[in-house]
Ligand binder design. Structure first.
Ligand code: IPD
Length: 262
């Protein structure tokens, strides 16, 4: 798809950061056997990726604001536009040498995501969308799946770790959903969970405790692929609350009814 100048900047930037991270990922695989592990190395790789992305984006659009996972927010001269960036989504996977992580970049205008890019360098999959332009994976147009029966559908979620307070809610969700569907996956990179819903690989995804940078790009990619994305709590605000539920159009209502029963 011939995208806008902004989309091209986003894709070029995601590729640049992704290439550097991929090199680091090779190193991380070697560091698994050391007693200290690759923790410090990965934190550095993550921060460097964010610096690269911030420099590239702010050079191309000096007036836009910038919100990234690793640094403080930068207010732009233009208060209506900001980049929302997760330089390395799936950090824990990366740290453990698991090849499932991505660079996520979104552009927000007046509080709405207007473009999103999620790049998985290991598989060289570039997911992207722009408002009104459809969603794409590399050169192919994306469409959410057509499955409408829960029992044939696969869903993804995030499992709360390290003593998080939302664990009981997630366990209750799973107890209701698992007996009624074909499976639930926990792959560990929320941005790719959205991208996979858009690509029709899963029928839906829900999670609590996320941040704007985990979700902003994914939301527009799912919607432009024909999917539905809503706050988990009806009437909430996805980015502010950090909770989301999304899915293909045929399954969404049934899926959301099961998850929102809590
Ligand atoms: C994490 C991943 C994971 C989700 C976590 C996020 P990070 O992002 O997206 O899938 O379950 O809640 O924090 O920390 O790897 O950028």
């Amino acid at each position: 798809m011939a995208g806008s100048a902004n989309l091209n900047v986003m894709m070029k930037t995601a590729r640049k950061a992704g290439r550097a991270l991929l090199k680091d990922f090779g190193e991380v695989e070697n560091l698994q056997v050391s007693t200290k592990g690759p923790g410090d190395f990965v934190s550095r790789a993550d921060r460097t990726a964010e610096e690269t992305i911030r420099e590239e984006l702010l050079r191309a659009r000096p007036s836009y604001g910038f919100l990234g996972e690793e640094g403080r927010e930068i207010e732009g001269e233009d208060p209506t536009r900001r980049w929302i960036v997760d330089p390395l989504d799936g950090t824990t996977n990366f740290l453990h040498g698991l090849p499932h992580w991505a660079v996520s970049i979104a552009l927000e205008h007046k509080g709405q995501t207007v473009a999103g890019v999620i790049y998985d360098p290991v598989k060289d999959e570039m997911f992207y969308a722009e408002k009104g332009g459809g969603a794409w994976l590399n050169e192919s147009r994306l469409r959410v799946s057509g499955r409408h029966r829960l029992i044939e559908s696969i869903f993804a979620t995030g499992l709360p770790f390290a003593g998080r307070a939302d664990l009981p809610d997630t366990i209750k969700d799973l107890a209701r959903l698992l007996p009624a569907c074909a499976g639930v996956r926990r792959f560990g990179a929320a941005s790719l969970d959205f991208a996979y819903v858009a690509a029709g690989r899963y029928e839906g995804f829900w999670e609590r405790g996320l941040h704007a940078w985990d979700m902003a790009a994914g939301l527009i990619i799912v919607r432009e692929a024909g999917g539905i994305a809503e706050p988990l709590q009806i009437g909430g605000d996805i980015l502010a609350d950090g909770q989301v539920i999304c899915g293909n159009e045929p399954i969404f209502e049934t899926f959301a009814k099961v998850i929102r029963k809590a």
